[in-house]
Design a protein around this ligand. Structure first.
Ligand SMILES: *[C@@H]1O[C@H](CO)[C@@H](O)[C@H](O)[C@H]1NC(C)=O
Ligand SMILES: *[C@@H]1O[C@H](CO)[C@@H](O)[C@H](O)[C@H]1NC(C)=O
Ligand SMILES: *[C@@H]1O[C@H](CO)[C@@H](O)[C@H](O)[C@H]1NC(C)=O
Ligand SMILES: *[C@@H]1O[C@H](CO)[C@@H](O)[C@H](O)[C@H]1NC(C)=O
Ligand SMILES: *[C@@H]1O[C@H](CO)[C@@H](O)[C@H](O)[C@H]1NC(C)=O
Ligand SMILES: *[C@@H]1O[C@H](CO)[C@@H](O)[C@H](O)[C@H]1NC(C)=O
Ligand SMILES: *[C@@H]1O[C@H](CO)[C@@H](O)[C@H](O)[C@H]1NC(C)=O
Ligand SMILES: *[C@@H]1O[C@H](CO)[C@@H](O)[C@H](O)[C@H]1NC(C)=O
Length: 367
């Protein structure tokens, strides 16, 4: 699938780009770099590293002004991994270093709501789960690499943002988190008490779940700190909610998780791949108890369903990926009907790259 993503030229910015390109490049680069870091790197034939560099080159020029960076969604921070790789390969590259610094500064310049919650994008006072995937990893990696004396502050900042979303978006009925919240509670969809939007969207929760497991890994050396334990407890709580929410028939997850089996709802492929990745990774790293068979059984069943249902094998040997919903925005009615009527995309990297991540964890468990 990774080779197929490359054969389609995905993860490189076209000349005319929209702000959704940042996360697309970021998730492709993350998937390719994870393959390179794994035992499976011995089996790759294409030059993933050069491909990641090419993706970075296609976008780096747009990142150099920190205040302008804040006009893009928090997803921009997902480009940090590829930049960091370039930087470690060539310490003298000033362009790469300025992009990294501008991204880091842009976190401090990001507009905040009344609780100091980072806006996800241009919408005043709205915070989404989605942004945490890019934010938590980048902030943590940047600090570890360039600024290790302020690790505590960075950790506190990250946990504050994660907790704020938890406090506002927690759904009592599923134990999972709604897509986002409006701190000013004026959006048409805002819950009058919490500001939360009404749908637990599988992909938004998928980004947040991956943010937690990746943060736990990056900060794993601190594994006895109370901060680490706190994030770990949250990760386990979501994992338990995800296990409960799995569709008993397919084993995978609904687009609108808090309306299972409702008319129009369907099994969505990107969020499902993200959950499989998080569950397998949690087991491999010991964050989920391996004596508890529910985690592995759930991941195994869902993984088999994903490969049988959404992977399309072509005669030329490439693989396509089906069943990924396009962008679902809170700049909408954000109703159940909205979420289940957004178009499905073929070969969306939000799904295919997440499937690469899930597959990598699956293969490592098998070996
Ligand atoms: C620095 O990195 C950028 C982005 O990857 C690249 O376009 C540029 O050629 C590099 N500069 C040098 C001197 O290597
Ligand atoms: C950076 O972007 C801001 C906001 O768009 C602009 O006001 C400023 O002039 C830019 N700075 C530079 C050095 O280009
Ligand atoms: C956003 O929140 C601030 C308070 O932090 C408030 O003054 C402002 O009116 C809010 N904006 C909107 C569009 O609700
Ligand atoms: C960092 O946090 C840990 C645990 O929370 C604490 O023991 C330590 O003193 C803190 N270090 C600094 C420099 O604040
Ligand atoms: C969940 O339940 C708690 C305690 O019963 C309540 O305070 C909170 O407002 C509820 N949250 C939502 C989103 O309904
Ligand atoms: C492989 O086949 C698929 C499906 O026919 C096609 O879309 C794709 O362009 C082909 N890729 C290559 C590299 O030939
Ligand atoms: C992709 O999924 C759609 C919707 O389920 C289905 O109609 C279509 O046949 C699938 N495409 C392929 C190539 O399997
Ligand atoms: C938000 O939605 C409105 C109405 O559909 C649209 O005009 C506007 O361009 C959207 N904002 C963004 C930033 O996409």
């Amino acid at each position: 699938m990774a080779d197929s993503i490359i054969s389609r030229g995905q993860g490189i910015a076209p000349a005319e780009t929209q702000s959704s390109i940042f996360l697309q490049i970021g998730i492709v680069q993350t998937a390719l770099l994870r393959v390179l870091d794994s035992p499976l790197s011995r089996c790759t034939e294409l030059d993933y590293r050069s491909y990641v560099e090419k993706g970075t080159q296609s976008i780096v020029g747009r990142l150099l002004n920190a205040s302008q960076d804040t006009l893009f969604p928090l997803d921009r921070l997902s480009l940090g991994r590829g930049l960091l790789l370039d930087y470690t390969g060539d310490h003298d590259n000033k362009t790469v270093k300025s992009a990294l610094d501008a991204l880091r500064r842009s976190i401090d310049l990001q507009p905040e709501n009344q609780y100091s919650g980072l806006w996800y994008f241009t919408y005043p006072n709205w915070s989404y789960l989605d942004g945490m995937y890019s934010y938590a990893s980048f902030y943590s990696l940047y600090t570890t690499f360039f600024n290790p004396t302020v690790t505590n502050k960075t950790t506190d900042d990250i946990i504050y943002q994660l907790d704020l979303l938890w406090a506002h978006c927690f759904d009592n009925s599923t134990g999972l988190l709604f897509h986002g919240y409006d701190a000013s509670k004026t959006a048409v969809w805002a819950n009058p008490a919490t500001g939360a939007s009404p749908v637990v969207w599988d992909r938004a929760l998928g980004w947040y779940f991956m943010a937690l497991v990746d943060w736990l890994e990056i900060n794993g050396f601190e594994c006895l700190s109370t901060q680490w334990e706190h994030v770990h407890a949250r990760f386990v709580a979501i994992a338990n909610g995800i296990v409960k929410a799995a569709d008993p028939v397919s084993g995978a997850w609904w687009q609108a998780l808090n309306f299972p089996e409702r008319e129009g709802n369907y099994i969505e492929s990107s969020g499902s791949a993200m959950f499989v990745y998080g569950l397998y990774k949690g087991i491999r790293l010991g964050y989920l108890r391996s004596s508890d068979q529910r985690y592995k059984n759930t991941a195994d069943k869902a993984y088999a369903y994903l490969t049988n249902t959404f992977v399309v094998k072509n005669q030329n040997g490439t693989l396509d990926w089906n069943g990924t919903v396009s962008v679902c925005s809170l700049n909408s009615s954000a109703t159940y009907e909205y979420y289940v009527t957004q178009p499905l995309l073929f070969n969306s990297v939000h799904g295919s790259a997440s499937f690469v991540l899930a597959s990598l964890e699956h293969e490592i468990q098998v070996f």
